[in-house]
Design a protein around this ligand. Structure first.
Ligand code: PDD
Length: 284
C-alpha cells in the first residue's frame, strides 16, 4: 500500500509530495511540529498537541494560527486513508517558501503545512517490556527547548552517539542536571516521590508528561518538579521516560550503573498501564 501524505490541503502519494528548496523549514529550520499518537485508529490527546502548537507559533512570532478543526480533519483522514491502527501522525508547519533572507517573510506568506503517518508498535515493544539504557551527554541545544521546532540536529547527533556506544538513548545534561531525553522527558523516583525537571526554557513540556503526572497523582504518588543530577538518577529506585512515541518506558541503566536491580520498576509498569488505559478512554 502506498502511503498517502498531506501537503497544503492535498492528499498525495508520498513520492508525489514536493516542497520548495526555498522553504524556510529547509533553510532555517523555521518550522514547528507535533507528534500525535494513534491507538485503535484514534488520536491521543490531540487538543493538547494543538494548544502546544499554538504556543510554539506565538513564541516564534508566526503571524497567524491554524484552525484546529481543519487539522483534526486531515489527521483523521490520514489515519483512514492509510488504515493506521497504531502509530503516529507527524504534523509540521513552516513559515513557508520565501527568498532566502534572515528577515521573516511578509506576514501574508503562505505557511507550508504537511503531515504523514507512521506505523509503530506503541503498545508492545521490547523497550516497554525490558526497559532502555541511557547514557548522559552535554546538552548543546539552544536556549528555547520549550518550543517544538525542527532544529533537531543536536538531539539526532546525541541519539546516534548513544546508539554507537550500545545505549538506547541519551539523557542530556546542563550545569550538572539532567534536562531531558533526545525526544522524551526524563523522570526518576526517589524516596517514594516522582521527580521530573521543572518546565523551564530548557525542556519541552511534554503532553504525555502532563497526562502521566495526573496518573501518578491518582495513584497517590507525590510529584516534585525539580532538577536532578546524574548521580541522583543513578541512585533512584526507578527511572523512566515519557513521550507520545514511548508513553511510559522504563530506564534500567544510566551510563555504567543499573537502576536498582536493573529491571523495569513496579511503579513505572503501573503508570504505563494506567496512562494507556486513560489515553484510550479519551482518544478521539
Ligand atoms: N518528541 N522532549 C523532547 C525534546 C521531545 O522531542 C519530546 C517529544 C518530548 C515529549 O513530548 P510529548 O510527550 O508531547 O511527546 C519531550 C516527539 C515524540 C518526537 O520528536 O518524535
Amino acid at each position: 500500500m502506498v502511503r498517502i501524505v498531506y501537503l497544503n490541503g492535498e492528499y498525495l502519494e508520498e513520492t508525489k509530495a514536493k516542497v520548495s528548496i526555498f522553504d524556510r523549514a529547509l533553510l532555517f529550520s523555521d518550522a514547528l511540529y507535533e507528534v500525535t499518537s494513534v491507538l485503535d485508529g484514534k488520536l491521543i490527546d490531540f487538543n493538547n498537541h494543538m494548544k502546544r502548537l499554538d504556543r510554539s507559533m506565538t513564541e516564534l512570532n508566526y503571524p497567524r494560527k491554524l484552525d484546529h478543526e481543519e487539522i483534526k480533519l486531515f489527521h483523521r483522514e490520514l489515519v483512514r486513508r492509510n488504515n493506521l491502527k497504531e502509530g503516529i501522525i507527524y504534523l509540521q508547519v513552516s513559515r513557508g517558501k520565501a527568498e532566502r533572507s534572515f528577515d521573516f517573510p511578509d506576514p501574508d506568506n503562505e505557511f507550508t503545512v504537511m503531515a504523514f503517518s507512521q506505523v509503530k508498535d506503541l503498545l508492545n515493544n521490547d523497550a516497554a517490556k525490558k526497559g532502555i539504557k541511557v547514557m548522559t551527554l552535554e546538552d548543546h541545544r539552544w536556549g528555547r527547548c520549550d518550543i517544538k521546532t525542527t532544529q533537531l540536529l543536536y538531539p539526532s547527533l546525541a541519539k546516534s552517539s548513544a546508539d554507537r556506544q550500545g545505549f538506547d538513548d541519551a539523557w542530556m545534561v546542563r550545569d550538572g542536571h539532567i534536562t531531558e531525553g533526545t525526544s522524551n522527558n526524563a523522570w526518576i523516583i526517589r524516596n517514594g516521590t516522582v521527580i521530573t525537571r521543572q518546565a523551564d526554557n530548557l525542556i519541552l513540556k511534554g503532553i504525555t508528561r502532563e497526562a502521566v503526572a495526573e496518573c501518578a497523582k491518582e495513584l497517590n504518588y507525590k510529584i516534585d518538579y525539580k532538577n536532578f543530577t546524574i548521580n541522583e538518577a543513578q541512585n533512584a529506585t526507578e527511572a523512566f521516560i515519557t513521550s507520545a512515541t514511548t508513553f511510559v518506558t522504563p530506564v534500567i541503566r544510566i551510563n555504567d550503573l543499573e537502576i536498582a536491580d536493573g529491571n523495569p520498576g513496579m511503579f513505572t509498569k503501573l503508570l504505563r498501564q494506567k496512562y494507556i488505559k486513560k489515553a484510550l478512554e479519551i482518544a478521539i
